[in-house]
Ligand binder design. Structure first.
Ligand SMILES: N[C@@H](CCC(=O)N[C@@H](CS)C(=O)NCC(=O)O)C(=O)O
Length: 215
């Protein structure tokens, strides 16, 4: 049965790959799975039919047979568990790869999202300029630690895994911030992730949605 995911009908980033359907598309591409995409408008995301799939009225969702899932962590883990290519066979290595998925979502992504909030949603507040350096320093704390752990390695723990997929997907959000340039091994790690053919296919697919002519 073909997996169906949801994505923005029109992504606020215009197709830069920041919307979270990109990481799900990437996981499906790494796993060699065909998938269908149902595009939803912001209004439809808040209506009952979509809320039945996603209680918080967001994208992406994933329907695989009888199963309906929300949250990218759960969706990518589902894909990685059911298809080869994203998790190691060794039980301990598998558990560590999953730990990196959680680290990406739970430890690194929150301060990164704060930067988005500060710049976009709070940019016009009188205290915005004062707050921004604090937010950036909290990100630097995490990047310094991540950079130290990655060192000269290609990926976070042996071969490329769903942990790397999630971490790269989070770091993508920092591309325009200039912060990654302070950690050359992380900038190179991000570039390695983005160079993967599966990422390229995922990126192009979401870009095509956002650049196609709409009436
Ligand atoms: N923690 C969720 C976050 C989902 C999320 O924030 N989705 C965004 C798009 S990337 C969204 O739907 N935003 C619109 C909204 O919240 O109204 C996940 O990882 O799936």
């Amino acid at each position: 049965m073909t997996i169906t995911i949801t994505a923005f009908e029109r992504s606020p980033d215009g197709g830069k790959g920041l919307a979270r359907d990109t990481r799900v598309r990437w996981a499906l591409e790494e796993a060699g799975q065909l998938y269908e995409v149902r595009l939803v408008s912001f209004r439809a995301m808040k209506e009952a039919a979509h809320l039945a799939l996603h209680p918080f009225g967001q994208i992406p969702t994933c329907q695989d047979g009888d199963l309906a899932l929300f949250e990218t962590g759960a969706i990518v883990l589902h894909i990685a568990t059911h298809h080869a290519g994203l998790l190691p066979d060794d039980a301990n290595a598998r558990a560590r790869a999953i730990a990196w998925m959680f680290a990406a979502l739970n430890t690194v992504e929150p301060p990164v999202l704060e930067l988005v909030t500060s710049r976009i949603l709070e940019g016009d507040k009188p205290w915005a300029a004062e707050r921004l350096p604090l937010v950036e320093d909290r990100i630097r704390d995490r990047l310094k630690q991540l950079s130290a752990r990655l060192g000269d390695a290609e990926w976070l723990d042996g071969a490329f895994s769903a942990g790397d997929l999630m971490m790269v997907s989070v770091l993508v959000r920092l591309k325009s911030s200039g912060l990654l340039a302070e950690y050359p091994n992380l900038a190179a790690y991000l570039a390695r992730g983005e160079a993967r053919p599966a990422y390229q296919r995922a990126f192009e697919a979401q870009l095509a949605v956002n650049t196609s002519k709409k009436s």
